[in-house]
Each structure stands twice: as structure tokens, then as C-alpha cells.
Design a protein around this ligand. Structure first.
Ligand SMILES: *Cc1c(COP(=O)(O)O)cnc(C)c1O
Length: 439
């Protein structure tokens, strides 16, 4: 029998979570099943079925020796990293559950969450690059990523070499050779190969398998990691770690968050690729906050349902738009005309997504009339939410891009960017139909 005094003076040791069950009879459980409970043990939180939001800046040590052990792990004095939770700039229960569940979707060993997609990208690049180093990247990239590489990293003596998303193996070999000699010149190394596929707003796909082979041919075992921004098709329609990428990058703001109500980001991959980034995140901050992590746990329970529905809706809407007399063309991964791009799609993609370019016959005036006539679709940038969004890149997100570069990228005044949501597909088609009639 313990009495009240015993309970105060003899603290019960911290309970460990129960072991995770990820297979039944040798059969691995699917991500959609694991999203409901993986990484969380209700017994550790008063039986609460759902994880509470842990609003705390710091975590109490069991005793002084445990405190020392934690800091030996954090500072690298003891191998193996931190044991348990110490301080909320490093990690927290909600973020740990989120990171465990994000890893599952991409088949990754480890994942890190961030306060935005751009925080994930910038902390990762800073973790890998020293002065003199070179980043090789596909183009075009998300504008803020391109700007960070060209305008911010350059301040620290880090340069880049870029290549068009649709490049062949031969072109990749040439770009890696150029990057190596540039790095030699600057007394650095090729620090990272950074891809974005499909590219925005062209939807051009990068051959990740070819880049992985080109990297292996050009470098010894300690070659640069290949990171890829998988925001447009992940986690459902593309799993780049399967094609030889090392790090998968997300703006969770888009399909994963999926409700246009949060901003967050993540990276995932083998622990050895995550460790340097985790160390810099510990120093700089930038981890996702507990409330946002909790919202993302809710989002992950339905991410497959939402993306499946959005993908089906996009296929129906695009089938309607394809032959419409007011439509000049479609940039949709379901209707690829280039055989090389189709080949990459067949090897890399599990679905065409729900974000595409719609070319309206005419110019900006016709595109504006179309956008202003839409009733269900909201006029906003971003993508991957439950609601359908439409925007005009040339006049909005890409307004400051020089005309010559815009022409090179095929960003014309009549290119409308569409992200299809999970509304009723026939309602969406009726809306596109009446808006096109007004053009
Ligand atoms: C939105 C987006 C980002 C940036 O993510 P934030 O969460 O807005 O910081 C990066 N890459 C792609 C492809 C995106 O669409």
C-alpha cells in the first residue's frame, strides 16, 4: 500500500510508450492506417484518445544525472543524440508524433518539421553548404527558393549551377562536371543537388533516377545528397526516395495541411542526412509549433482521402476543359504530349495531381474575365487545399520575373493556375463552363 506521502517522495519512473505495431502477421500496415495512432500512446496522457497539445517551453528532468545525460546527447559529448525531451526549441511531443507519421508516407527513417516550407528549405541548405561550395539545382524553382540560393547564399560565397527540369542524363552529367570545376575554382565542394518536380508553373518533371545515377557516376561514396521538393505531388502521388533521392522536402502548407489554414514544412530521409539539419534547427530554431503540429496530425488522418478526391476531380475537370473552344491548352500531368516527360511520369508518378495550368484563348483581359467570373473557385495563390483556387502567375506570383525569363518558362499572360479541391466535380465543371462562356 502506498500512502499520499509515498506518492510525493517516491516519484514513479517515467513510463515508456508501448511498442509500435506496424505489421499484422508480417503484413506491413499502410500509412492511412498508421495515421490514426502511430507514435502516440494514450496511457501516457491520461488515456486521452487524441494527443493533447503540449504547450510548454521546457521539460522536467527525472533527476540531475538525467539532465546531464540529455545535454551530453544534445552537445555531441555522448553519441546517439538527445534522450527524450529537453526544451521546446529542440522538439516536443506533438512534433515528434508528426515527424514519426511524416516519415511513414515517404518510407523515410527520420523526418524534421519546420515553421514553414521555406524554413525547412533554408535551414537544410545552410546545414549543408560552406563558403566556396556549389549547389546544383533544377529550374525553375519555387521563387523564394530560387531567390534564397541566388541572393542570400551568394552572400556567404555559395554559388549555384542550374539546369532545366526536363534535362537528359547527358545534360545532367555535363552540369555536374561544370559544378565540380566551379567548386574546385572556389575551393569548395558540390554540397547539394536540389530538385523540384514537377516544376511550378510549367509542371515539367525531373528524371530523379537519371540524376541519382549521374551523381553516383560523378562522385565517390561521399557525394552530395539529392534533395527534392515534393510539395506538388507528395506524399500520395510521388515517392522520390524510391527513385534515388536522399531527402524529400515539403511545404506542408499545401496538400498535407490541406485546409488552407496553416503554414508549415518538413524534410525526411535517412537519419544521417537529417542529423546535420536537426543540429542547425536546434541552434537556429524554426521547428513547427505544437498547435500547428496538432493540426497537421488531424490533416494526416485524411490526406489520402482528400488527395484521392482532388485528383479524381481534376481528371474530370481537365477532361471537360481539354476540348473546350475557349481553351488554348492545358498543362496537366494527365495529358502529357512529350514522350520523354511521359516516360519520367510513368517511372516516378502514381497520379497526375490536382494542380495544373489552363491557357485561356486570348491574353490578360480574357484571363481576368474568366477569373472574375468564377463563383466556386476562390481567387488566391497557394494550392492543395480542400477548396479550388485560381490565380494568374504572370500578373501575381511571377509579376516581378523579367519578361525574357517569363517567356523562357512559358509563363504567358493567358496562363491561369488552378488547384482543384474536393468539391462536387459536376458543380466545378458547371462553374468552369459558365466562367468560360463569359470570356
Ligand atoms: C509553397 C511552396 C513552398 C514554400 O512553402 P511555405 O510553406 O509557403 O514556406 C516551397 N515549394 C513549393 C513547391 C511550394 O509550392
Amino acid at each position: 500500500m502506498t500512502d499520499a506521502t509515498d506518492a510525493v517522495t517516491t516519484p514513479t519512473p517515467r513510463r515508456k510508450p508501448k511498442p509500435e505495431i506496424t505489421t499484422i502477421g508480417g503484413r506491413p500496415l499502410k500509412p492511412s492506417t498508421l495515421m490514426m495512432g502511430h507514435g502516440y500512446d494514450p496511457a501516457l496522457s491520461e488515456g486521452s484518445l487524441k494527443a493533447p497539445i503540449f504547450l510548454t517551453s521546457t521539460f522536467a528532468f527525472e533527476n540531475a544525472a538525467a539532465g546531464k545525460r540529455h545535454f551530453e546527447g544534445i552537445t555531441g559529448k555522448r553519441p546517439g543524440g538527445a534522450e527524450g525531451l529537453v526544451y521546446s526549441r529542440f522538439n516536443g511531443p506533438n512534433q515528434e508524433i508528426l515527424e514519426d507519421r511524416l516519415s511513414i508516407w515517404d518510407g523515410a527513417e527520420d523526418a524534421l518539421s519546420f515553421s514553414s516550407g521555406m524554413t525547412a528549405i533554408t535551414v537544410m541548405m545552410l546545414a549543408y553548404c560552406n563558403a566556396g561550395d556549389v549547389i546544383v539545382h533544377s529550374g525553375p524553382l519555387y521563387a523564394a527558393t530560387e531567390g534564397f540560393v541566388a541572393k542570400v547564399l551568394s552572400k556567404f560565397g555559395i554559388t549555384y549551377v542550374d539546369f532545366p527540369a526536363g534535362a537528359t542524363r547527358e545534360e545532367m552529367d555535363a552540369v555536374l562536371a561544370k559544378a565540380k570545376s566551379q567548386a574546385d575554382e572556389h575551393g569548395g565542394k558540390v554540397a547539394m543537388i536540389y530538385l523540384e518536380s514537377p516544376a511550378n508553373p510549367t509542371n515539367a518533371l525531373v528524371d530523379v533516377e537519371a540524376m541519382s545515377a549521374a551523381r553516383d557516376a560523378a562522385f565517390d561514396a561521399d557525394g552530395p545528397p539529392i534533395a527534392i521538393d515534393n510539395t506538388f505531388l507528395g506524399p500520395l502521388w510521388q515517392r522520390p526516395l524510391d527513385q534515388g533521392a536522399d531527402i524529400v522536402v515539403y511545404s506542408l502548407t499545401k496538400y498535407v495541411g490541406g485546409h488552407s489554414d496553416l503554414v508549415a514544412g518538413s524534410i525526411a530521409g535517412a537519419k544521417k542526412w537529417m542529423d546535420p539539419v536537426r543540429a542547425l534547427r536546434n541552434t537556429m530554431g524554426g521547428i513547427c509549433d505544437p498547435n500547428t503540429a496538432w493540426m497537421l496530425l488531424r490533416s494526416l488522418e485524411t490526406v489520402e482521402l482528400r488527395m484521392q478526391r482532388a485528383g479524381e476531380n481534376a481528371a474530370k475537370v481537365c477532361a471537360f476543359l481539354r476540348d473546350h473552344p475557349k481553351v488554348e491548352g492545358l498543362g496537366y500531368l494527365g495529358f502529357i504530349s512529350d514522350p520523354r516527360q511521359q516516360d519520367i511520369y510513368n517511372r516516378h508518378c502514381l497520379g497526375a495531381g490536382s494542380t495544373f495550368s489552363l491557357f485561356i484563348k486570348g491574353g490578360e483581359a480574357e484571363a481576368f474575365r474568366f477569373l472574375d467570373s468564377m463563383t466556386i473557385a476562390k481567387l488566391a495563390v497557394s494550392l492543395g487545399g480542400t477548396e479550388t483556387l485560381a490565380s494568374l502567375p504572370a500578373a501575381m506570383t511571377h509579376l516581378s520575373v523579367p519578361d525574357e525569363r517569363k517567356a523562357q518558362l512559358g509563363i504567358t499572360d493567358n496562363l491561369v493556375r488552378i488547384s482543384i479541391g474536393i468539391e462536387d466535380p459536376d458543380d466545378l465543371i458547371a462553374d468552369f463552363d459558365q466562367a468560360l462562356a463569359k470570356v
